[in-house]
Design a binder for this molecule. Structure first.
Ligand code: GAP
Length: 435
């Protein structure tokens, strides 16, 4: 059974994963701040993605392109002309809706009236601002709606400077902005969000093969990090649904509390983007195949995931309620690589010598892992709190520790306890807390 939506939202707020942006001013709709635990979880998700895409491979390199690009980029990519959703307004209550998301195209879901919609208008989703002090049409720039275009425009820079040969990929993590008509479901669809995108440039006749390989590789990434396989599925786009630039596309979907919804898009984007940028910029973005002695425009297989959306899905997937000795406990069964806090160090009581040893133990682990020291409340309650935020290991310093220089290590999932010498603690944990 998927976790209940409100429960996850409440846990996120209560424990400091996610806060409403500008909360003290009543909140800004669809904007969220990541609190102390949320920022760790989000960073860990991005770190795992970067590790699998860039660090562990020699055919993919990283990039961090600017959010603000020349407006020409968005003309070339097609976003100025067609990155829009059809919008209707209800004449009765003034609510605005995306036509393609309405259950009944004639009935307003806000006020329930029928036949009150205006004619659909295309609404461009790009945020606009001005560069420099003059707010003129010539100074208009857009906040990027995807990170991908910064990769296409840097294709030749990266190929030349990193001396890459086909096939090779460019990976990027960063903020994107879309003026969504109907943001919602907490951090699932927001107007400011983070993406993790990778463009794999390859010979045209190999693109189908790489498309299949990337679908498999991305599935494996989610499952390796503990996502429940039954909560993942593929939704291939039919020929009539394909974006104008795509020869093949699959959405990786997750079973969210409200139903199946997109987590990531994998596309064979053909040579559409490089051709478009060549045409609009006049620059040569072809690739020279030395063996065949010919120039060609590479095809691109794209994997485009949302970092914030994926983080939310991992949080939902990890949420577990279980009965232990007649009591219920909440556990976030996050993979240790994603857990915001890796080890909590807890003195059995607030006695100064126990707290001093606790701090020493915590300091000895801090350069490797995110550590939390908690001295308040009963040990049982502190274990429950750590379970609820997904901390894989709790280390308890008790009165005996002062004599035998050993501590108790409690496993979050099994709740089994091991007595370990303080001197061996780091190496004991090293095996259990991989990078
Ligand atoms: N370059 C291709 C591209 O951007 P997309 O399907 O529009 O493709 C990729 O976006 C991923 O970015 C989505 O699968 C989703 O995870 C994330 N994403 C898109 N819009 C989002 C939004 N408004 N809020 C949060 N995440 C979003």
């Amino acid at each position: 059974m998927p976790a209940d939506f409100d429960t996850i939202v409440n846990l996120s707020k209560k424990r400091g994963f996610v806060f409403q942006a500008s909360e003290i001013y009543g909140g800004l709709r669809s904007a969220y701040d990541y609190g102390p635990l949320g920022v760790e979880l989000l960073r860990n998700v991005k770190e795992q993605w970067w590790r699998s895409m860039v660090r562990m491979r020699d055919d993919i390199v990283g990039l961090d392109s600017a959010i603000l690009q020349s407006p020409e980029v968005w003309v070339a990519s097609g976003h100025v002309a067609s990155f829009s959703d059809p919008l209707v307004e209800c004449r009765e209550c003034n609510a605005r809706h995306r036509v393609d998301k309405l259950k009944d195209s004639n009935k307003c879901p806000t006020c329930g009236n029928s036949g009150t919609f205006t004619e659909p208008k295309e609404f461009n989703l790009m945020f606009k601002t001005h560069m420099g002090p003059v707010e003129s049409e010539e100074n208009k720039v857009y906040l990027r709606p995807e990170t991908a275009q910064g990769i296409f425009t840097n294709f030749e820079n990266v190929r030349r400077t990193a001396r890459m040969k086909l096939p090779f990929g460019i990976a990027q993590i960063g903020k994107s902005f879309r003026n969504e008509i109907t943001p919602g479901q907490f951090v699932f669809r927001t107007r400011e969000f983070e993406q993790m995108e990778m463009q794999y440039f390859c010979y045209p006749d190999t693109a189908d093969r790489y498309f299949d390989e990337w679908v498999e590789a991305r599935d494996a990434w989610y499952m390796d990090l503990g996502m429940t396989p039954e909560n993942l599925r593929h939704a291939p786009h039919g020929a009539d649904e394909l974006a104008h630039y795509a020869a093949a596309a699959i959405d990786v979907e997750y079973r969210f509390p409200w139903g199946w919804d997109e987590l990531e898009g994998i596309h064979n984007r053909t040579d559409f983007d490089l051709n478009a940028h060549m045409e609009h910029s006049g620059e040569d973005l072809t690739y020279f195949n030395q063996e065949a002695n010919e120039r060609l425009v590479p095809y691109v297989v794209e994997t485009a995931a949302g970092a914030t959306r994926t983080t939310f899905a991992f949080l939902i997937d990890a949420y577990t309620e279980e009965e232990v000795n007649g009591e219920s406990r909440v556990v976030l069964k996050l993979d240790p690589r994603l857990a915001p806090v890796k080890v909590a160090v807890l003195p059995l009581s607030k006695k100064p010598d126990l707290v001093a040893t606790t701090n020493k133990v915590a300091d000895s682990l801090r350069d490797r892992w995110q550590i939390e020291v908690d001295v308040t409340q009963s040990i049982g309650r502190r274990y429950r709190r750590q379970d609820e935020i997904g901390t894989p290991y709790c280390v308890t310093v008790d009165f005996e520790s002062l004599e035998d220089h050993q501590v108790t290590v409690r496993d979050r999932d099994t709740m089994a306890q091991d007595r370990i010498a303080i001197d061996n603690l780091a190496s004991y944990l090293e095996d259990k807390l991989p990078l």
